[in-house]
Structure formats: structure tokens, C-alpha cells
Design a protein around this ligand. Structure first.
Ligand code: SF4
Ligand code: SF4
Length: 476
């Protein structure tokens, strides 16, 4: 067997470790060029405005709402309780949280397979806040051209006023965002009072400041950089795409050869395609790409370029849709399939997970009881000559109201509880109850006997808790 290792001649001048190499330095990270996004109106921008208004209203309003005296959504970390739409979840419900995260992941995969990055374009918080910040920028500093001119102009009082106003509004929005976010963990009414009277704990100040700064930087300064360099979804979403996935695409068959022409000139008269090379699709793109270069991972699927191009097509009296939501197959003149193996796969997994979560929530008991035998002493005889065993009963009340339970025990003749038999457990409380049980010696024929503890709720008579345990006596 040959032990030769194949070798390849390398030009020493191309070796970067060669000190004599005077070659060009190549930057591995391209420095950011500021993107001046042109505002555009159109069908897809209207859809985004609706989704943006809806999502922002939910985010800022839900934190204030209560249901039956409980917050609608509240993550009470010190008490380890999570209040969601009238239900309270505890750490033991962690499986539900995992299930919901899996549903979100499959939902995202399912939608991405069908419609590409619609999540990024319409609902991702980074997009939502960036669009709000851009809207504020446009109102204060003016259109794209005015903003470019303003940035190039020397410092002046007018420039300072505009820039200060913009950053102040951005910071106020960021502060409201930070306060609201922390308000989901620290009751919002108390949070506001405690923060401004300096009564809140240090962590509350830290997290409000953290989310304020993060929002301000992400939506005001970093914008598309978050999508391009920080978001992992941008990198792996392409594996969910196939030739039938509907994504924002330019139709080169119709648009090329591109070129300028006067209004009213038909493409065939000019010997050109429908693209008039106006660059509007690039100027409105929040990630600064040219969709005419084909599908790119930088494209967040916001469809602003569709709105911009449709407006141009309308002005030129050409049919709309030179840039549109379409599939690779349709662009090649082939039939597109909506339902295909991967959509079935993700759809079935999604349906299974949703069903499992519904069943789990529907069958979730609002309270639970466990009995732990006191292992310190196996048994003892009391003053009445009866045999005693000790237990710790643990009752967790996961319902929204306090529950009063009547306790009983069964399984042996004349068995009884000597300690408290009526107990009230507050909503969300996990109560430990030292419990002593006794039986006459003649009731037990074996040293180890099965018994059953029962707790019947007086508050909700359909709520009956049962748990098995062992009663130990002398060896027979
Ligand atoms: S907006 Fe439409 S016509 Fe203008 S450059 Fe882009 S694709 Fe061509
Ligand atoms: S190319 Fe730009 S404007 Fe068009 S959908 Fe993608 S990100 Fe939006």
C-alpha cells in the first residue's frame, strides 16, 4: 500500500505568515455602512402596521390586566408561580413549558417551509421595534434624502435639536419597553411606584436599565446587524426552504435586461425587461440588499421591496408583481406544491404536540397530595395500647382559590388520624402536614400494610385527592 501523501505547491507570496509577503490585507469583518431606509406605503406595509399595532398593544397592555384578581400574565419568580390567562403553573409544570417551546419551534418550521421568513418580516420583536424606531426617525429627521443630508451636514443647532429629539423619543420607547418587560415579573403598579420612590430592589433597577439599553441599541443602532450577525435563525432557516417555499423574489425572466427608460415606454419598445433599474427596491430594504441578486440570507422577508416595486410598476403602467411572494418552481414556470412531505412532517408533529399539551392541561389536577412515612421510628404503642405511625402529608394547591380539605385514612379496621383532619391550603401553597395515624393491634395481621389517605375538598367537592402509603406494625 502506498504511504505517499499528496502534496500541493503553494505560492509563498500568498502565505499570510510569510513576513516577506507584501500582499493586500483582507478584512474578515466588513465595517457597517449606515443604511438609510426609504419609507414606503403599500399592501404589505399595511399588513405589517396591523400586526405591529396588535403586538405592541398586547405587549404594553397585558401587563396591566387582571383576571379574577390575578394578573393576566405574571411570572412570580420568588413564589415560583407563573400566572397565565387565569391558570397558575408551578415548577412541576415545567414539562408544559417545554411542550410549548417545542410547539413554537415546530410552528416556526412549518410556517417557514410554506412562506419563508414571515416571522422575521412581520412579528419578530427585532423587526417590530426597529420599524417603530425608523418611523420615529422619519417623523423627526425627515425622508431618506433629508436624513442623508443631515448626517453629512456640519454641526448646527438645528441638527443637534433633531438628533436630541430622536434619541430622547427612542430612549423613552426603550424605557417603556424595559419597564413593561420587568412588569411581567414584578407587579407593574408596584414596580412603577417602587422605582420612582427608590424602594425597588437593586435587581429591578438593573433589569429595567438592561432592557432599556438593549432596546435602544438593538432597534436604534444595530438594527439589521442583529439579524445578520446575532440571530441564529437567519443562518439555519435556509435548510427549511425548498423550491416550493414562497419567498420574496425578483422575476429575472420578466425584469431582465434591466435599464432606464422614459415613462410610458413599453419594455419591448425599449428592448428591455420590466425592471427600470430605479433602485427603489434597494433603497427601501432594511438590510440594504438588492433582491435582484437572488435569494440571500440577509433577506428578512419584509416585502418592502414588493411594495416599492409595485408602486413603480403602477407608475410605468406595467403589471405589478415583478418582485413578489413566489416560489422557485413558479419562477421556472413549474407547478408549485403547497402540501409536500416536509410540510406534512412538520404539520403532523405540530398537531401531535398541540394535542398532547391540550390533553395535559385538560387532565391537570388542580391539587396534589403525597404521603411520606416518618422513617425515624417504624411504629410505637400509645397510651391506649394502639399502634401509631407518623407521616408528613404534602398538599399542593395549584388552583386559583384557597381549598379546605377534610382528611381521612382507610385500609385497616378502626384506623384513624390523631392529628388535624381539617386543613386549609392557600392558592399556590405547598403545605406539609405532620400526621399521626393509629390502629388497634388486632386490626393488623401483617407487619406491613397498605393504607390510603384521602383529602376531600369542601370548596370544590369534586376535588378528591388520594395517596397510598404503608402502615408498619410488629412482626407477626
Ligand atoms: S423597484 Fe422594481 S423596477 Fe425598480 S429597480 Fe427594483 S425591481 Fe427594478
Ligand atoms: S430584499 Fe430587503 S426589502 Fe425585500 S423582503 Fe428582503 S429584506 Fe425586505
Amino acid at each position: 500500500m502506498s504511504s505517499e501523501i499528496p502534496v500541493k505547491q503553494i505560492d509563498p507570496s500568498s502565505d499570510p505568515s510569510n513576513k516577506n509577503n507584501k500582499g493586500e490585507t483582507v478584512e474578515l469583518y466588513a465595517s457597517r455602512k449606515k443604511i438609510y431606509v426609504k419609507e414606503v406605503k403599500g399592501f404589505f406595509q399595511r399588513i405589517r402596521n396591523v400586526s405591529l399595532t396588535l403586538l405592541m398593544s398586547m405587549y404594553f397592555l397585558f401587563v396591566w390586566l387582571t383576571l379574577d384578581g390575578q394578573p393576566l400574565i405574571h411570572f412570580d419568580l420568588p413564589a415560583r408561580e407563573f400566572h397565565l390567562y387565569g391558570a397558575t403553573f408551578y415548577p412541576k409544570d415545567f414539562i408544559l413549558l417545554s411542550g410549548m417551546l417545542i410547539i413554537c419551534a415546530y410552528g416556526l418550521f412549518f410556517i417557514t417551509t410554506l412562506f419563508g421568513r414571515v416571522w422575521c418580516g412581520y412579528t419578530c420583536p427585532q423587526t417590530v421595534w426597529t420599524f417603530i424606531f425608523m418611523w420615529v426617525e422619519e417623523r423627526i429627521e425627515g425622508s431618506r434624502n433629508k436624513r442623508m443630508k443631515l448626517d453629512k451636514s456640519p454641526s448646527s443647532s438645528g441638527k443637534i435639536i433633531k438628533k436630541s429629539a430622536k434619541h430622547t423619543v427612542w430612549l423613552l420607547i426603550a424605557l417603556a419597553t424595559g419597564l413593561t418587560f420587568v412588569g411581567y415579573f414584578y407587579p407593574i403598579r408596584e414596580l412603577i411606584v417602587d422605582l420612582f420612590t427608590l424602594q425597588a430592589n437593586g435587581w429591578a433597577y438593573f433589569w429595567v436599565a438592561f432592557f432599556t439599553v438593549a432596546t435602544y441599541l438593538n432597534a436604534g443602532w444595530m438594527r439589521e446587524q442583529v439579524c445578520l450577525y446575532m440571530c441564529p435563525y437567519a443562518r439555519f432557516q435556509s435548510v427549511m426552504f425548498d423550491p416550493n417555499t414562497r419567498v420574496v423574489s425578483y422575476d429575472p425572466n420578466r425584469g431582465e435586461p434591466r435599464g432606464g427608460r422614459k415613462k410610458g415606454v413599453k419594455p419591448d419598445e425599449a428592448g428591455l425587461g420590466d425592471c427600470i433599474d430605479c433602485g427603489q427596491c434597494v433603497q427601501v430594504c432594511p438590510t440594504g440588499i438588492d433582491i435582484r441578486d437572488g435569494l440571500q440570507y440577509e433577506c428578512i422577508g419584509c416585502a418592502l421591496c414588493i411594495d416599492a416595486c409595485d408602486e413603480i410598476m403602477e407608475k410605468m403602467d406595467y403589471p405589478k408583481g415583478l418582485i413578489s411572494y413566489t416560489t422557485e418552481n413558479e419562477l421556472e414556470g413549474k407547478q408549485s406544491k403547497l402540501l409536500r412531505p416536509r410540510t406534512f412532517g412538520y404539520g403532523i408533529m405540530l398537531a401531535l404536540m398541540i394535542s398532547a399539551i391540550i390533553v395535559t392541561i385538560a387532565t391537570r389536577v388542580p391539587a396534589q397530595m403525597d404521603a411520606l412515612r416518618d422513617r425515624g421510628a417504624l411504629f410505637s404503642f400509645n397510651g391506649q395500647g394502639r399502634i401509631e405511625n407518623s407521616y408528613t402529608l404534602k398538599i399542593a394547591n395549584m388552583s386559583e382559590v384557597p381549598q379546605t380539605f377534610t382528611l381521612s385514612v382507610a385500609g385497616l379496621d378502626d384506623i384513624q388520624i390523631l392529628t388535624e383532619t381539617r386543613v386549609t391550603v392557600a392558592s399556590g401553597e405547598n403545605r406539609s402536614l405532620p400526621t399521626v395515624v393509629d390502629v388497634p393491634p388486632e386490626s393488623i395481621s401483617e407487619s406491613n400494610n397498605e393504607i390510603l389517605f384521602k383529602a376531600v375538598s369542601e370548596t370544590d367537592t369534586s376535588l378528591i385527592l388520594e395517596t397510598e402509603s404503608r402502615f408498619v406494625g410488629p412482626t407477626r
